[in-house]
Design a protein. Sequence first.
Length: 78
Amino acid sequence: MAQATGNVTIEQRLNTLIESAHDVCSTNGTISDDCAAAWDAVEEVQAEISHRRSTVKTSLTVFCDDNPDAPECRIYDV
């Protein structure tokens, strides 16, 4: 599910940010503000990837949105 941003996918951007975070933390120390900011950027991209995955609809979901009374779409209380 790679979506391109320019010529770079979001997964490639994530990998670049992770490498950068490792470099920043090894240079400035793991408790530095720069290290924390680098990992915050990684977390933001990871959250975006997760959000994009959760908003993808399956063919069944689309079908049930259009046909909520279809037997395949019924939800039973247990």
